[in-house]
Design a protein around this ligand. Structure first.
Ligand SMILES: [Zn+2]
Length: 329
């Protein structure tokens, strides 16, 4: 049970296109409790922000804490983020343009809010709480509804000129490929995100493709989850296996590009898709990266799967909140 006399608690929020995850953490970043809500972006930004506030309040209440005991809330938000002003400049997966997320939430929650791009935030979480070797240079790729990324250079998040660096999901890896939410074509995210994988499967099923998935979930595949894909593959569904193999190959190509550019010591892959399908994908990702990386750039580079799963995002967001509180005090 949390000590109600102290106030060194933080909330970390992972705002995704599908769900909002909140974790409540103590000063040592031990997670005291979690809460989850669906995002419902189709209802508009005001409603989504209201849901974030509700998700945080309920998580805090579940931990028998009071909102007054929170020193800060950190949010990993998708898309181009101006971390300094706390605005979401453009988030294609939420259909948001220029939303003053920090300002609105601070008013709603009555405590300081820090915002960072979700990929940067997840990478911060993995770096602070999982990568014990603390590599100086590391790259994180997080594959879920979308694909986010984070860059660690000299032990620090590299966020670029306007703070939008690390948008690995929008690296074009197939010229003329499928349309992406960002408006471009052939982006990594349009080829290997959960959304892209599900779309491919659903389209093929509509065209008459046979798969065990329809036996498990019915013909519409409405409640399809990444875990169902793993089940189907393990039962010998060669169609699903091929779709996942292709997604893993695209991911390997993305990893090779990033290794060529950054020559990191470690590449970490995380997010819901890797969490559910890491066993099926990692070997193909590594093999493809080795095939495509320029000779000499990949030697000794460690390519690993994060074991944090969905917790990377909330962990990193709590790191953000704690850092902001420390900078203030
Ligand atoms: Zn894109």
């Amino acid at each position: 049970m949390a000590d109600a006399a102290k106030g060194d608690f933080y909330a970390g929020v992972d705002l995704g296109g599908t769900k909002i995850l909140t974790g409540v953490f103590d000063e040592k970043l031990v997670c005291l409790g979690r809460n989850k809500m669906s995002t419902k972006p189709e209802r508009g930004a005001a409603e989504v922000i209201d849901r974030i506030a509700r998700c945080v309040r309920d998580a805090v209440d579940e931990c028998d804490l009071d909102m007054k005991q929170l020193r800060g809330v950190g949010i990993g938000a998708p898309g181009a983020i101006d971390a300094h002003s706390g605005r979401v400049i453009f988030a294609p997966n939420l259909a948001w343009r220029d939303i003053a997320l920090k300002k609105i939430l601070e008013k709603e929650l009555g405590c300081p809010v820090s915002i960072e791009n979700d990929g940067n935030s997840a990478m911060l979480g993995v770096y602070e709480t999982e990568l014990q070797a603390k590599p100086k240079h590391a790259i994180g790729i997080f594959i879920g509804t979308g694909i986010g990324g984070g860059i660690i250079i000299d032990g620090k998040i590299y966020s670029g000129f306007k703070g939008t660096a690390g948008e690995f999901g929008h690296m074009v890896i197939e010229v003329g490929g499928p349309k992406c939410n960002c408006g471009s074509r052939g982006c990594f995210e349009a080829l290997a995100s959960r959304t892209a994988i599900f779309r491919q499967i659903q389209t093929a099923v509509k065209d008459g493709q046979k798969t065990l998935l329809t036996e498990i979930l019915g013909p519409d595949l409405n409640d399809l989850r990444s875990g169902d894909l793993r089940k189907a593959i393990r039962k010998g569904d060669s169609f699903v296996e091929k779709v996942i193999e292709e997604a893993a190959e695209y991911t390997g190509i993305a990893v090779a590009n990033l290794i060529n550019i950054f020559n990191p010591q470690t590449v970490v892959l995380g997010g819901g898709v890797i969490d559910a399908l890491g066993d099926e994908m990692m070997a193909i990702i590594v093999e493809t990266a080795e095939d495509y990386a320029m000779s000499g750039t990949i030697e000794g580079v460690e390519i690993v799967a994060s074991k944090k799963g969905d917790d990377a995002g909330i962990n990193g967001a709590a790191v953000l909140a704690r850092r902001a509180a420390k900078e203030k005090s």
